[in-house]
Design a binder for this molecule. Sequence first.
Ligand SMILES: [Zn+2]
Length: 227
Amino acid sequence: MPVLVTSRAGGVSVPPFGGLNLGDHVGDAEDAVAANRRRLAERLRMPVQYMRQVHGTRVVVAREPAPPPEADALVTDVPGLALAVMVADCAPVLFESPTAVGVAHAGRAGMTDGVIDATLAAFDRLGVPADRLTVTIGPCVCAGCYEVPAELRREVEQRVPGSAAATRRGTAAIDLRAGIHHQLTAAGVTDIAVATRCTAEDPELYSYRRDGRTGRFAGVAWLGSAA
Ligand SMILES: [Zn+2]
């Protein structure tokens, strides 16, 4: 039931996608993305299932490799199929248990609209209650770097308590980590790890807010023993 988070390291893409860009929707060369994805699958020694992410809340149960479904979360109870969520500032949220794993794409929109609750509901249907999950909130843009209009901060805070924050300059911000952590805790998840790396500050990670045209790194979860 391991998880991992990739970075730029080990890839073939050239700037501005430099490194292990796994996003096939960002303007990078198709053959470079394919080579990067092949490297990840070889490292894991299993196929990797991607999604066509739309900042929504749809969860798909994946049991065999398939064309990427339109979804923002994947879960599986099948060993040997890795699940990937691509990000560059949004939070990759990784779910582990002995019998099922999952990934979710939680940016401001997905978090606010309920992708975390939707993913937890999918685990429940697979027989894994929230209190049996280990959840990792992976690297995302930190509150200090995530400036938003004050009105948007207020709207999001109403729906996701704990998400309102301030930037380092004191302007309105959203704290994705805090908001997602609050949602997980409210739903009964007790085993939560939070990555401290900020995408907008760490040059080893892709950041859309910092760079605009750039790649995507991935959070990956799988059942089984590889890698
Ligand atoms: Zn930051």
